[in-house]
Write a protein that binds this ligand. Structure first.
Ligand SMILES: *[C@@H]1O[C@H](CO)[C@@H](O)[C@H](O)[C@H]1NC(C)=O
Length: 617
């Protein structure tokens, strides 16, 4: 590379400066490169240079340029770095003198060092970090570090490029001091939810040929702004819960998401609206969205609930969803047996088919849990008939007989078809009322009794007893002796005085002896019907049927003296001779007794004697 030679020659009158020459060379020329032929340029002979011991004089340093006296040329002694030599000062030049002796004279040399694009623009740091909110608006500016290019002029820093260009552009801003501020300007807003981290490259470009560049990485962290509302995963949630589920049962969990970060994305759940009947029954966990049962759910009261749940983030943005909760029926209600109408008492002559009770069955449960079947205890003369749905009537099935069973306990048991089934039962007590449908019956088919003769009227001789299976009035028995009268206690009493001896010897058909035949008489027995009418029952049992000798002898006759015959109560005189010996039979007393048996046995004894020693019997 040949230096551009600018030649200025002038002569100063009073000095020994004989000339001045300027060269222009680019920086960075290799050592030994020719700077300029100063011998030629100053019109000097190389011999003069030698004889004059030509040398470079510089107050500073002579490290860059050397003088070759043999050839009369200036050569590069050390590589020159314009930037090291002059920095940003332009023009950049080396000034020195070439001094000769004999005679002493000097020449001024100026070597302008021209810039070569040997430096790329460079940034102080390799990267720079920013935290920018996604809420930053278009036009927001961020100052970037400038790049430095030590080269000057067109080799110096010309411009910047920022890539990628999705969100930012780079703008240069002239400063008062002539420098330029580099600004990164937001053109299109950021979205943390799409890109939380951005990496851009700022390139500084110089104007050299070839162009040189320097880069710096710009790392951007996008800060969250609450620009997203929570969103439920479903607009409507459905769940079902068994009635009577225990408190604390998790019904379901609602979930909302929020794309924002931190507190902007922190979701709190709450119940936004709930109908009165669901109030107090459900609670939502504000953090997890879990909906739990808080009270008792009764299918029979409410079959479904609706809750509106709200999700809000800390920034106050909200979403809401509907939660529909169906309640499933459990078999938790027993059948209810309602007695609509009931007879407590029924007549024993009621016809089969008589309705005794009407029952209505209710079961609050649904479906099979509410389907009810009823049964009744066995072996009773009643049946249950289902008239219409859930209505039953209890009717008599056969004839009733109070005398066999005077009351019934009818137990109706109703069970539903749930699993397990629930049942309830009711016991009805039914009295059977009496009808006079039984005749009195004597305890015995015949009675036998003995009476003594000479009885007193009114004497009780025996008791007859008849029973009647009916009840109360219908069982009250009265006794009547046919053709005679018998008191109602059933005790036979004698109306006549009977004489054994008379009845034995006389015609027994005589009325006074008639008792012995009374047994063949019919006895009339009265009982009272419930209506109060008298009923005559013929040919009941007879009493005193065939007593051979119903009369018994009584010692009712004194002996009677037949001899000596007494007349008119006068004494009977007997004659005894004076000479009568001891043992002489005075007289014989003959007596009889009409009684029978022992009652007729006789014995004799002296009752009254003037002298006991004279007579004996
Ligand atoms: C009916 O029940 C009552 C009370 O338990 C009892 O006293 C009565 O004997 C029962 N009647 C029948 C016919 O079982």
């Amino acid at each position: 590379m040949g230096g551009q030679v600018l030649l200025f020659l002038w002569v100063l009158s009073l000095s020994s400066v004989l000339g001045q020459v300027s060269y222009s060379i680019p920086e960075e020329m290799p050592k030994g490169s020719l700077v300029g032929n100063m011998a030629k340029d100053f019109g000097l002979d190389v011999k003069r240079l030698k004889s004059g011991k030509a040398r470079i004089f510089t107050p500073d340093s002579d490290e860059y340029i050397e003088l070759n006296n043999d050839r009369g040329v200036l050569l590069i002694k050390n590589r020159i770095d314009r930037e090291a030599l002059c920095g940003q000062t332009t023009p950049c030049a080396l000034h020195f003198q070439i001094i000769l002796e004999n005679p002493m004279e000097f020449y001024s040399v100026t070597i302008e060092i021209t810039d070569v694009n040997d430096n790329p623009p460079s940034f102080e740091k390799n990267d720079v970090r920013f935290k920018i909110s996604e809420s930053a608006v278009s036009g927001a500016k961020f100052i970037l570090d400038r790049a430095v290019d030590p080269d000057v002029g067109s080799n110096g820093l010309q411009t910047y490029r920022l890539e990628p260009r999705d969100n930012f552009i780079v703008k240069l801003h002239d400063q008062a001091d002539g420098t330029k501020n580099v600004e990164m300007v937001l053109e299109k807003p950021l979205d943390r939810e799409k890109h939380e981290h951005l990496s851009l490259v700022l390139t500084a470009v110089d104007g050299g040929e070839p162009q040189m560049t320097g880069t710096m990485q710009i790392l951007i962290t996008v800060l969250d702004a609450n620009d997203n509302a929570p969103v439920f995963t479903q607009p409507i949630y459905k769940a079902s819960i068994k009635e009577n589920a225990p408190v604390g049962t998790v019904v379901l969990t609602v979930t909302a998401t929020d794309s924002d970060h931190g507190s902007n994305g922190r979701i709190t759940y709450s119940v936004s609206s709930i109908l009165d009947h669901a109030r107090g029954l459900f609670e939502v966990n504000d953090e997890s969205g879990e909906i739990r049962l808080k009270g008792n759910v009764d299918y029979e009261k409410s079959r479904a609930f609706q809750i509106n749940v709200r999700a809000s983030d800390d920034g106050g943005l909200v979403d809401s969803c509907k939660v529909m909760i169906d309640v499933t029926d459990m078999n938790d209600n027993k059948p209810d047996i309602h007695i609509m109408s009931k007879s407590n008492i029924i007549s024993e002559d009621a016809n089969p088919g008589t309705v005794v009770t009407m029952i209505n069955i209710q079961d609050a449960d649904s479906g099979e849990n509410g389907m009810v079947q009823c049964t009744m205890n066995n072996n009773i003369p009643f049946v249950m008939k289902s008239t219409t749905n859930n209505f039953y009537s209890l009717v008599t099935d056969s004839e009733l007989d109070r005398e066999r069973a005077s009351d019934y306990n009818i137990t109706v048991t109703c069970s539903d078809e749930g699993v397990p089934p629930l049942s309830s039962s009711v016991t009805l007590t039914l009295q059977i009322s009496d009808v006079n449908d039984n005749a009195p019956v004597f305890e015995r088919s015949s009675y036998e009794a003995y009476i003594v003769e000479n009885n007193t009227p009114g004497l009780s001789i025996f008791t007859v007893k008849a029973r009647d299976a009916d009840w109360n009035q219908n069982a009250r028995v009265s006794y009547i002796l046919e053709d005679s009268s018998v008191n109602t206690l059933g005790t036979g009493t004698l109306q006549h005085v009977y004489n054994y001896e008379v009845c034995r010897t006389t015609d027994s058909r005589k009325s006074d002896c008639k008792f012995g035949r009374a047994g063949s008489q019919n006895v009339l027995i009265m009982d009272s019907s419930s209506t109060g009418t008298m009923q005559r029952i013929q040919n009941e049992k007879s009493i005193l049927d065939e007593p051979d000798s119903p009369l018994e002898d009584q010692n009712d006759n004194p002996p009677q003296v037949l001899y000596p015959v007494q007349t008119g109560g006068s004494l009977v005189a007997e004659m005894v001779p004076r000479s009568a010996d001891v043992g002489y039979l005075v007289t014989k007393v003959v007596a009889v007794d009409v009684d029978s048996g022992q009652n007729a046995w006789l014995s004799y004894k002296l009752q009254k004697a003037t002298d006991r020693a004279l007579f004996e019997t």
